[in-house]
Structures are given as structure tokens and as C-alpha cells.
Design a protein around this ligand. Structure first.
Ligand SMILES: [Zn+2]
Length: 241
């Protein structure tokens, strides 16, 4: 997968105009995806360097997690919103993969995530997967896995129900609608005893991720679970904008 991805990405970068995904400015030769200024000004959380942070606090009293972090704050009015919407709804899977690689490098350097055994992306319902053609969280996971030197498991966890509205999920995940949202398949046996990194795209209230963790812990009580979201909504953590 990794070699094929790299070849595909190289081909795509040859035929696409070189513009920064965030500000739309021209990219100099040899620079890919983001301009220097947008890299420098990226709204990074830094949470992956802290064992206790507002994301781990979000899970307190709900489910047991080893570590939790997000790469970016989801900021409404910025070009980053366009990037995230692009890979959620606009077919921009390459952005998800490249940001996953950046996040994977940060996790590798943090030291807190060194004993991760396997990465599991939050699954889409198969109807949504068919309609969209890809799961953005799988591309994020593959980018991270490439940098962290671990595998990705896209088979063991499945989504049993479709969300009624994509837009609504973006704005307010509903706690009253996530019971039994996921189930495990027989292949999950291979995850027994593993330290699993559960990867999501945008973390809002955390309701979906909590539902995933509950399902995994029920099926595999001895596994440990950490959470990595590409972006987190500040108000979901009770932080001011
Ligand atoms: Zn830029």
C-alpha cells in the first residue's frame, strides 16, 4: 500500500497545479501541499506531547483511554476548514493521507505512542463508503501508519447504522443516537491484547469515538485504546474560541 500510494501521489502532484491547500498561494518548486507560512501558522494543538490534556479529560468517567490527542484545532473561518471539508466531502483523499503522515511524525517524536500495535480508523457505514468511494479516516490512518511503522486494520470494526445527516454530524454529534453504532467482526480476535490507536477525522463531542471504544472494550476487554483525531472542535472540549 505505501509504495503504491507514493507512486500515485507522485503522479497526482505532477499533473495538478502546485497551490497551497490552505491559502491557495503558489507553491515553489520542491514544496508540496502547504506553503511555508501555512505550515508555520497551522493551528496545532500540541496535545500529543501531553499525557493529560483537554482531549483525555473529555473521556474521563466515560471510557478508559491510554492517550488522546488531535493534530489541529478545527477553525471555522480559515482555509483549514476548506481542507478538512475537502477530504470529508470533496474527494480530496490525498490531503487526508498527507496530514496523516504529518501527524504520524509528531506521534513518533512524542514518545507517548511508541507501543501502539495497530491503527484502526473509525469506519463509515458501507452505504456511505459506497457513495463517497473512500473513508477519509482510513487515508489519515494509512499516512500515520507509514510514519509509525505499524499496520492498519480496516476489517475488524464495522459501522452498523448510517448517520442521518453528514452536515449535522459536523455541527453536533448526538449522544442519544450512538448506542450500538459499531460492531466487531471475527477478525477482531487478532487485536486481542493489542494497544489500538483509534483514528478519527474531526472530533466534536466525542460521542462517536466513545461508542467505538465501548464496542472494542466489550469484545476485547484486555486491549488498550488510544485516540488520535486529525482535528478537534474547540467548543467540543469546552474551550473558548
Ligand atoms: Zn498557504
Amino acid at each position: 500500500m505505501s509504495t503504491l500510494s507514493d507512486i500515485l501521489l507522485s503522479i497526482v502532484s505532477l499533473v495538478r497545479p502546485r497551490r497551497c491547500a490552505v491559502c491557495g498561494g503558489d507553491l515553489p518548486r520542491g514544496v508540496d501541499f502547504l506553503c511555508t507560512m501555512c505550515r508555520y501558522k497551522a493551528p496545532l494543538t500540541g496535545y500529543w506531547r501531553e499525557k493529560d490534556n483537554p482531549m483525555t479529560e473529555r473521556f474521563a468517567g466515560l471510557v478508559c483511554v491510554e492517550h488522546a490527542s488531535a493534530l489541529l484545532f478545527f477553525s471555522g473561518g480559515s482555509g483549514w476548514r476548506k481542507v478538512i471539508h475537502g477530504f470529508k466531502y470533496g474527494g480530496q483523499w490525498r490531503a487526508a493521507y498527507l496530514l496523516g503522515r504529518q501527524y504520524g511524525r509528531e506521534l513518533r517524536q512524542s514518545g507517548l505512542y511508541d507501543d501502539i500495535d495497530i491503527i484502526v480508523p473509525v469506519p463509515l457505514h458501507y452505504r456511505k463508503l459506497l457513495r463517497r468511494g473512500y473513508n477519509q479516516s482510513t487515508y489519515i490512518a494509512r499516512g500515520m501508519a507509514r510514519e509509525m511503522g505499524v499496520g492498519v486494520d480496516t476489517r475488524s470494526l464495522r459501522r452498523t447504522r448510517n448517520n442521518p445527516s453528514q452536515a449535522r454530524k459536523m455541527h453536533s454529534e448526538r449522544w442519544d443516537n450512538v448506542d450500538d453504532l459499531f460492531a466487531v467482526r471475527c477478525s477482531a480476535e487478532s487485536l486481542r491484547g493489542a494497544h489500538i490507536l483509534l483514528v478519527d477525522d474531526v472530533f466534536t463531542t466525542g460521542a462517536t469515538v466513545v461508542s467505538c471504544i465501548e464496542t472494542l472494550h466489550r469484545a476485547l476487554p484486555e486491549c488498550r485504546i488510544s485516540v488520535a483525531a486529525l482535528a478537534v472542535v474547540r467548543r467540543g472540549l469546552g474551550l473558548e474560541r
